[in-house]
Each structure stands twice: as structure tokens, then as C-alpha cells.
Write a new protein. Sequence first.
Length: 538
Amino acid sequence: MSTPTGYLTRERETARSDEALLLRLGYSQVLYRQMGGFSNFAISFTIISVLAGCLTSYYLAFNNGGPIAITWGWLLVGAFCVVVAMAMGEIASAMPTAGALYFWASKLGGPAWGWFTGWFNLVGQIAVTAAIQYGSATFMTALLNLWFPSLFGTDTTTIFLVFTAIAAGQLGLNLLNVNLLSRLNTLSAWWHMAGVALIVVILLLVPTEHQSVAFVFGEVINNSGFSDTNTWFVFGLGLLMAQYTVTGYDASAHMSEETRGASRATALGMIWAVAASVVFGFILLVAVTFAVPDVQGTLDAGGMAVVYIWTEATNETWAEFMLIIVVIAQLFCGTASLTSASRMLFAFSRDRAVPGSRLWRRVGANRVPVNSVIAIAVASWALMIPTLANGVVGYAVGTSIAVIGLYIAFALPIILRIKAGDKFEPGAWSLGGHYKWVSTIAVIWIGAVCVLFLMPISPNGIPGAEDFAWESVNYAPITVGGALLLFGGWYFLSARKWFTGPVRETRSPEDYASVARENGRPPQQPPHQQWREPVRPY
């Protein structure tokens, strides 16, 4: 069956427009544009993954606030995250590049803004990839323990070994063609939606008893160690579950150089990924919380709280079935997160901001930034080594770093968008005059979240406390503060003398052929020779 001529013409026009816009922004087309609008939505929806984040960190909310932090807390965080996604979407539409947040901040505020945005984004990307992979390892270990109890325990060493195997497998997948990854993300989006529906039906029909509506939407549980006079603070700590889950949606922007019709598809992919995740996540969390068999048993289960709920509320067979659904979804999630993070490292290295940048910006024959993929995979694996000593604390620190690092990087370009005012030239998707209140609310929310998650997570983790214990300390302030000192000191002592922000890649045909050969591809005509369609300057 032949392809309609009109369709081919539209595809060629879209390709010309995408490539010309990218060139106008300063970059040659190096990566393949194999992703459509749904695939762009799918990668952010996959990384948010309500079957990963809110299940692996369910105990954080149940322990700190209880059902009220799980249900109402999810809706609260979700509403604000939609606002943040809208603020980011407008900027992404104007500047659809793989560097995304770093590029936006550089163009709107200058090299210093770009430098700090880029490094916080990169640290957050590494941390969220590590936390996703480790979280999936806990669920896979639980599944393997049900199948082979004599071979697989649920101790920290076993979980770390499973985590290592998962990280290695996802590294291998990310070295393949982006077209395959695009298809995997599309499959993942449907798997997540169908998986949530199946789990909800099982949890509604199989258990013989359910919790009351009053319990699910009104019960308060404070197992944090803080007194009941600190109820609102404890509730705030419980929001980490939702805030950690609904993150990573900047992936749509990082994949914009591989997306067709990027100026519109990137913005809409980001916004719809968050909105859809809020809806599906809420339905899933309500079903899980209705199925809670015993409050104390759920608290005692810690990071395995959801596994405990499913096993006790149904039976081992149904629990295994639901775990299979979740484990596969979480594997999709970790694979997508590694894809997104590697593109960010590739783009940051393309502008010479990372040590060894020449190595990390190399692209393989299949147009995949192979070395960046390997670097992110190794760094994410190394970040979880402390879980060998304490799995719960190590995972909580990873989630905190991910949230704080990513959301600081989200906030900086939004602040600059507010400062730019009417001087900002929008892309195909725009907020119009609504940017003022949307962007302002987004920045206020991010600021509140970052402060909250730097707070102590236990009274025993406060220096000077009577029962002080290092395993109860929130190490996020130390790691985030250390990162700020490292990147800040590096910039003011050295990088400000040579780092100029995004480096334009407008080349002569000879230069373009040289870059193609360096990346293992045959020389080809440069984009600015192929397309002469005028594009508005940014």
C-alpha cells in the first residue's frame, strides 16, 4: 500500500521546519528525529511512572501523614506540577533543544544561569535514574523471593545485586537505535494505563474486606517520631512520595531534537504526561489504600509496604501477578530515565561544560550518544552504593536529591521567563498573558518544596537530639550544599573565564563532513544547505 503524497509532503515540511529551527538556535541536526508526539508524551509519562514512584515510595507518605498524605497530598502536588509543566512547556516550545533547561537559562539569563541550571539538572537526572532503578530492584527482589525463596532474600545485598543487573540491562537497551526506544516508550505508555486498570480491578474485587472511605480520605498517621503538634510538617514530609513520582517530565524537552514537530509536540507531551499521571496515579493510590489490611503491619513493612498490602489483602498468586505488571513498568521507567539523562549530558558536553566533553558528546553510527549513556549508567549505579549499608536511608536520600536537583533546575529558567516579560518570543505553544500567574505560582511551589525536603526527616536525625542516630539524618542538605559549593566554586574560580554558554554549531560543508566522520557516519550535506526556509530568530 503506497503512502499518500500529501502525508509525505507534510512530513518533509515538518522535517525542514524542525531542522531549520534547530539550526537557527545554533545546532546542526545530529540525532535522528524518529519520535512522534505520542512517543514524546510517552517518555515523560514513562519516567513519571505511577507504577514505579508512588508504589516504591508509598511507605514515605503512609509513615508521614498516612492516607490523607497519600490521597489529598497526591492531588495537591499533582495540581502544582501541572502548573510547573505549563510554565516549562512554553519555554520548551520556543527553544526545543536536547539541552533543554540549561539552554533556556543560558539564552534567557547568560552563562552563569546556564551553568548552575545545567549542573543541578544533571545531578538530578543521575539521582532520579538511580532511585528509579533501585526502587524497581526492591519490587523485582520481592517477586523473585516469592518465586525462589531459597535463592533470593530481601536483604540489602540481594537488592543491590538485582539493581546492578537491572542497570546493566537498561544500559544495553539504551545503546540501541532510538527508533527501538521510541517504540518501547509507546508500548510503556499503554502498559502503564492498562496495568493501573488491571491492578485497580483486582484490588476492588479480590479482597474480602476494604478500608472505609473515612480512612482513605481522612485518616492521619504520624509514625515519623515528631510530636502530633507538628502534623502539618509531617504531612509535608509525606508529600515526598508524590513530588518524587511526578518528576522527570523534562524528558520531553531533552528528547526534542529527536521529536518531529518539536515546537508543539514537546510542550504538549510534557503537560499531558503530568496531567495523565495525576489522574492514573490518584486512581491507583486510592485502590491500594482501600486494600490496606492492617495499619501497623503496613508501617512495619517499610519499603515493602505495597508488597505487604497486596499479599495480605489478596493472596500470593494475585500479588505475583500485580508485581509482574509493576516490575515490567518499572523496567520501562528506568530505561526511559537513562535515555533522557544521557541526552542532557550529551547536550551539556556539546557546549563543553563537562570535563571530558569531547568524549561525552560523541555520537555512534546509530546516532546514539553512546559514551553519555555509559557515563550516566555508571554514575547512577555508584550513587546507590550507600544502600548496601542502609537501604531505606540511601533510597530516601536519592529521592530527595532527585527532587531538589531537578526542581531547582526547573525553577531557574522559569524565573528568567518572568524577568523577560514581553521580550520573550514564544514558539508554537504559548501561555499568552497567563504566563505571569502560571510561572509565579510554579516558582513559589518549587521554592516551598525544596525547603521542605531539606528539613530533618526524623527527630533522631537532628544533631543534639537525645537519641541522635546517623541513619536518621537527612543527607540531602549536605549533598545539595556540597554540589552548590563544588559547581559554584568551579564556576567562579575557573569556568567563568572560559564557559560562554551554548556554542553555535553553524559549520561549513567541510566542517560538517568532518564531524560526521568523527561520529562514525558518512559525510552528508549540512542542514543549512538542504533547507532554506526562513525561521524567526530567538
